[in-house]
Design a protein around this ligand. Structure first.
Ligand code: MLT
Length: 408
């Protein structure tokens, strides 16, 4: 008789954004006359940049011609894209990487979820709280998080590092030493950041404790302040302890196109009791076995993001979203809300009014303002009492949503 992976049975409810999607669909069905504005999931609204679609068209033509047709992509990514990434994202910041330290994938979400494959079950993970739910759910599916405590809304074996207004959204070193530390900077969901020296102290901590940092830099393109690092490898010693994940979804609108990459320096070595094993070799083995490479057309599109036109056009898109962020920040601040984020990230994190729970505020906004956001508690226990709005809507909808929220 077959058996299932019963770790799945421990997961509370469905994936956060599926739950929200269902609630909103029900509301719309019951209220067909209402115009609902979604500032919930961080999905982009601007079309792909011209430089990107032109590159895709060229690649489509290549695929349609016998001379230039390509079958399977190299499983770890085409050299043209890996090279372009290294030159633009890393060499430009004085970071050297070998081409085989960059792994192309179909997006950072997949990489965040799949990276658990290369770590043992008995690693203790530490997450900032609130946190992007994929880090926890994927570890839970692999049986690495203990049990879910419904009262505490937390997993028994996970170290939660609260990030709230009280500590300036900067995680403190936990009492129990973790093996794997997840850091997302700029942060999803709070939109806040760490300074270079704060991140350096985490790198030092990880090296001292032989821990790994899984660094999610999906929102790096939104950084506007000089003291916020764009890559963890700007910190000394990061190459011996940090894996970095990047996405094309937020900097170039690839949410529906799917492309991302993970950097695993070869200096990260597991020693006792294995002899010497690099995480890079494990991930290469995993990628080669379970992934057949991102499509050629999409990798050419990704390459075009780094062309002169691509850079200029995606910069404009980022500026558009950050103008939305300012609209939300300023509008809600003026309305008396306590507001965070939105300066180096396309997310605004606000305190719910009075003692309202995050989900009560979600219902209030949906019903009274017909605006969808994301309840902070969906991101972890320390997210209770907070609420997230995304700046990825259209400018018109963003202005209208802020007006409606102000009116209630
Ligand atoms: C979010 O809304 O948190 C993100 O869009 C989710 C994601 O990037 O997968």
């Amino acid at each position: 008789m077959f058996k299932i992976n019963d770790n799945f049975l421990k997961l509370p409810g469905s994936y956060l954004f599926s739950t929200i999607g269902k609630k909103v669909a029900e509301y719309k069905k019951a209220n067909p006359d209402k115009t609902v504005i979604s500032l919930g999931i961080g999905d982009v609204t601007l079309p792909l940049a011209k430089a990107v679609t032109e590159a895709m068209h060229r690649a489509v033509d290549e695929m349609g011609s016998a001379e230039t047709f390509r079958g399977y992509s190299p499983d770890l990514g085409y050299e043209f894209l890996r090279k372009t990434i290294i030159e633009n994202d890393y060499n430009s910041r004085n970071i050297n990487l070998d081409i085989d330290e960059v792994f192309i994938s179909d997006g950072a979400k997949s990489d965040c979820g799949n990276i658990v494959d290369i770590f043992a079950v008995d690693n203790t993970i530490a997450v900032t709280d609130p946190v992007y739910p994929v880090y926890i759910d994927s570890n839970a599916m692999a049986g690495k998080t203990g049990d879910y405590d419904k009262d505490k809304q937390a997993w028994t074996d996970v170290i939660y590092m609260p990030c709230t207004a009280a500590n300036g959204f900067v995680p403190e070193f936990p009492e129990r030493t973790p093996d794997i530390i997840y850091i997302c900077c700029p942060n999803n969901p709070t939109g806040t950041t760490l300074t270079k020296s704060e991140l350096q102290s985490w790198v030092d901590y990880a090296n001292k404790n032989k821990a790994i940092i899984i660094y999610d830099a999906a929102y790096e393109a939104y950084i506007s302040e000089p003291d916020v690092p764009h890559s963890i490898y700007e910190c000394g010693g990061a190459k011996t302890c940090a894996i970095e994940m990047r996405s094309f979804s937020k900097n170039a609108g690839f949410t529906g196109t799917r492309l991302g990459f993970t950097v695993i320096p070869k200096e990260i070595v597991a020693t006792e009791p294995y002899g010497e094993v690099t995480l890079n070799s494990l991930w290469a083995r995993r990628h080669g076995t379970k992934f057949n490479g991102a499509p050629y057309i999409i990798q050419r599109a990704g390459e075009a993001v780094y062309s002169e036109e691509g850079k200029a056009q995606t910069k404009e898109q980022i500026a558009y979203y950050m103008k939305n962020a300012a609209t939300i920040r300023d509008g809600l601040t003026a309305a008396g809300y306590e507001v965070y984020g939105g300066i180096n990230a396309p997310y605004i994190w606000l305190k719910t009014p009075g003692d309202m729970t995050s989900w009560d505020f979600f219902d209030l906004l949906l019903e009274k303002a017909n605006v969808v956001g994301t309840p902070g508690s969906g991101f972890g226990p320390s997210g209770e009492g907070y609420f997230r709005l995304t700046a990825f809507g259209t400018a018109e909808n963003t202005v209208e949503a802020v007006e409606r929220i102000r009116r209630i």
